[in-house]
Design a protein around this ligand. Sequence first.
Ligand code: ZN
Length: 687
Amino acid sequence: MGNMNLCFSGSGAKCLSLKFKNFVMKTITLSFFFLMLVSGNLFAQESGHFHGSEFCAHGKQMRPDIDISALRGPNSPRHTFDVLNYELDMDIYHCYTDPYPKSFSGSAIVTFRVDTLLSQIKLNAVNSSLQINAVGLAGVSFTHAEDTLTIQLDGNYHVGEIVDVSIDYNHLDVTDNAFNVGNGFVFTDNEPQGARKWFPSYDQPSDKATLTLRAKVPSNVKLGSNGRLADSVTTSDTTWYTWISRDPIATYLMVISSRVNYNLEIVNWISPGTNDTLPIRFYYNPGENPTNMMQMIIPLADYFHSIFGEHPFEKDGFATLNPLFQWGGMENQSLTSLCQGCWFSSLIAHEFAHQWFGDMVTCATWADLWLNESFATFSEALWIGEVSGQAAYKSQLNSNANYYLAQNPGWPLSNPQWAFSPPPNSTLFNYAITYMKSSCVLHLYRYLVGDSLFFSSIYEYANDTANFRYKSATTGDFIAKMSEVTGQDLEWFFNQWVYEPNHPVYNNTYSFEELGNNTWNVHFQANQVQTNAPFFKMPLELKIRFQGAPDTTVRVMNDANNQAFTLPFNNRPVGLTFDPDNNILLKQATTVVSNDFQPVSPLNYFIIEPNPAKEKFVAQFSLKETSLVSFTLSELNGRLIQETAEEQYSQGDHSKMIDVRNIPAGNYLVSLRSGKSISTKKLIVIR
Ligand SMILES: [Zn+2]
């Protein structure tokens, strides 16, 4: 049948960009416009696509590697309890004055719930940093060896019992890159395993606990930590700060940021959802000027609120540190650490997004770290798009993809073994993989399911109180949630992009065939030639240019290598562009006209009637030889609606009836698959 015009105007790609524009326009607020007027260069840092994620990555790579010698399993030391609260008291008064000793005396009360009958607990406590003096409350004796503090309890405790142990300890005068002291600064930097160097802790990312942190400091020191400032009491030259976090925190996100003569300003953001005030603290060094970021944080918070839901914490904040904190941003819960003078918009956007992804929903193991960094890095691009438009969003992601393609070290985003034995930090926090590639995977997911399902699934994930909010997620949990919300089994998609290394290398061919009677076929064969990864299944967009007619973009699902697609048109095709908007960011591709590419159609003919169809249609086809045949019905954007089982048909003429009573009125594509060849017809369903 040659008179079906496939030059439909609503190509998938065009819809994508228009929808995005509508989506973000709604979230631009009056205050945002006001800020644009009063501060013309507010977002000046955006030009040149400065990447906040790079700061995040470099700082983390410099931290000491995870010590795997003490790891015997994903929850080592063996997890027989769940920490509910840490109450820390630290006398760090002398750390601020010359010669800036790194030693302090502290005490910790660890409250935990018993998960297995036990009479002792094991905590992480690094011997070279911590000296344990005594234990108390339910603790009666202890040993401290091989970075493990074993506390003998005063009896057997049963499942569900809540137990307190106290620990008196000293931090030694050593440089451990977790408890940092120098020139009037005291700050901590934990990820991935620094907490155990300044307080005994069950230091695994999935065991989140609330925190009360009291610190004694000189009265000219400002000290910030997680949660809310419950109290600060000053008597002559001494101040006691008390910070209390209502919300559970992973130990790697617990923090102290403090210095003599810190500047502090507080911006109050009002949630449009609850009308609650969120104080956002800006601690900064003399000589720095965070004014632009203090202005930007309001529209940024509005925007993230609109796509991720309520800000999760009682306060938020940022603190710039000194050069001991090298090249870094660190998303400590409700108080991000920044390198000296690093008031950059993309860094602020990256770390602010981490409050939802990383802090509120935490990677359950270090094998799931890509979940933290993909969202934070992708959110930089979202914010750039919100400020500067869709082209800027795409440009940022193209730049991320190019970095990955140039620097790809060839390992996957996640290796399940990393939950048991994490790799060196240069691997775990590898910029090309954990940041750049992972951010692109979220765009590929967006391309796969479309804007509406993409944003609703992200929102549902971030607002799932039963499973994720203030809890942790494994990669499997995340995939299951995305599948649940979208109603699609997405395991194949995330498996290939998260657990397989590398990317597809397309070597495509196409040709045009004139059939006469004003009809043409476009033949397209999608070939992947990479040898360092298996086949990647993806929807492909093909933009076809015509003589004297508008361009058309068609989306087809490419689910087998060397698949051939035949698309009928009644205008003369003159050009074809593969993936015209570069939505498949993670690929290399060549697509050439091939005169050698003479696809041998397995069909003598293929027609569908009636068309339009109301209740059913009949596909009539004739096979040149016996083969397996199946049919798919999909939306114009490629989304699969229904699929028939593969059946064997002999050479000759056949017909197959397909029921469309359960399908809404609209335009669809009917594809007949025979071996690696796919022939497609447009079908109109009426009601
Ligand atoms: Zn980050």
